[in-house]
Design a protein around this ligand. Structure first.
Ligand code: SF4
Length: 388
């Protein structure tokens, strides 16, 4: 039998399987102790024992094997110390796992067809006109078109991406600590370009979270016709959770309307705008649009580490680094929004959006290169045979 054992170490807890096998004592239930308040979760270990045994056998076989396991980039890479090395290798091999939106099942299916690289995949894209009856249906995502965009180094567009900002843009980027369910920094950028006004609402402790939320609402209330814009689902959750926690703004108020119709920019991009980037992450697309972060390899994970460091040391330099990171995310978001609006307004050709040339191809207008050209031969018999 297997048993969960939990060990508290600094702020983290770690669970270890298999101790009971060594001890020769079984247990059907284990406990996970986690978080600052040492919350406890009971787990029925007996239900998981078979699965864990299978996984440990697989790991043992991998460790004992003569060659390293296949390199497959995955969602844990950003937390892994080997990230740089593995990514370089994957790029060298042009591996399919570079395409972050592709599932393991999809990758294996392509492998079974003999497609192992992003370049190989790019040659499988076939432009098709959408039948009129499907025009209003959600577009399917094409990994092959993403691969083609990367190979051609051009933005590929399907249909007409629509992103209309009817009011004053308010770019929102939030930082938090998921393990403590605590939002500690709300970045708000109002307006565009040089005239934009930036606010960074900072909470020293979880007790200040309500205060920065109310400050955020007050800022939003003072904006004329605010249109709240964010990138991805993290801010959607933030808005929902904080409303649950601190109460709904008055119904039909400017603030309630802005929150209720907040725009997630990823939605008009998905399956419509294929940037020549391995992922649709803000860092990848912002980087493609020539935006440079002052800490080029920073990520949400780094932000969390900086916050923990600030809590431990209260070093002003670390706080400034975090604030700068959040401001830069807001600026990058503005840049992406302006690019997507321009792509929607002029869906083909080459144009300038202020920072870099947008080199675009409209996928619906690409020639279908799958059609065979007419077979010609110096021997008319061959042409006859081909025709038959
Ligand atoms: S960086 Fe490499 S070793 Fe680390 S999780 Fe990713 S693929 Fe595995």
């Amino acid at each position: 039998m297997l048993r969960w054992v939990t060990i508290a170490h600094e702020d983290h807890t770690r669970a270890f399987w298999g101790i009971s096998e060594f001890l020769g004592r079984g247990s059907g239930v284990g406990k996970i102790i986690h978080g600052e308040d040492h919350a406890t979760v009971k787990v029925k270990t007996s239900a998981l024992a078979n699965e864990v045994r299978k996984q440990t056998e697989k790991i043992a076989a991998l460790v004992a094997g003569p060659s390293p396991p296949d390199l497959v980039l995955n969602r844990h890479c950003r937390e892994c110390e080997f990230q740089k090395r593995c990514r370089e290798k994957a790029i060298e091999r042009d591996d399919l796992s570079l395409l972050s939106g592709m599932s393991e099942k999809e990758r294996k299916k392509l492998h079974s067809k003999g497609i192992f690289t992003v370049t190989q995949l790019s040659y499988t894209f076939r432009p098709r006109r959408r039948p009129k009856r499907l025009r209003d249906k959600r577009e399917k995502y094409h990994h092959a078109l993403k691969a083609l965009a990367i190979r051609e180094k051009k933005i590929h567009i399907v249909g007409t991406p629509e992103l209309k900002i009817d009011g004053t843009p308010v770019y929102l980027d939030v930082e938090g600590l998921p393990d403590r369910d605590f939002y500690y920094l709300i970045g708000v950028r109002i307006g565009n370009g040089e005239s934009a006004v930036q606010h960074s609402l900072w909470a020293d402790t979880a007790a200040d979270e309500g205060k920065i939320w109310r400050e955020f609402l007050a800022i939003l209330e003072a904006v004329e016709k605010p249109v709240l814009i964010h990138y991805g689902s993290y801010e959607t959750t933030f808005l929902r959770v904080t409303i649950d926690r601190y109460g709904q703004p008055p119904i039909e108020s400017v603030v309630a309307r802005a929150i209720g119709s907040a725009v997630n920019v990823l939605l008009p991009i998905f399956a419509r705008v294929y940037f020549p980037t391995f992922s649709n992450g803000l860092k990848d697309i912002g980087g493609y649009l020539d935006f440079q972060w002052s800490s080029p390899h920073s990520s949400g994970l780094h932000a969390m580490l900086w916050r923990y460091e600030w809590e431990r040391t209260e070093a002003s330099g670390v706080k400034e680094q975090l604030l700068a990171y959040n401001v830069e995310d807001c600026v990058a978001l503005e840049l992406v929004v302006r690019a997507v609006i321009q792509i929607g307004e002029t869906p083909s050709g080459r144009q300038n959006h202020g920072t870099a040339d947008l080199n675009m191809v409209h996928a619906d207008q690409m020639p279908d290169q799958s059609a065979w050209s007419r077979f010609r031969s110096p021997f008319p018999e061959f042409e006859q045979a081909n025709k038959a």
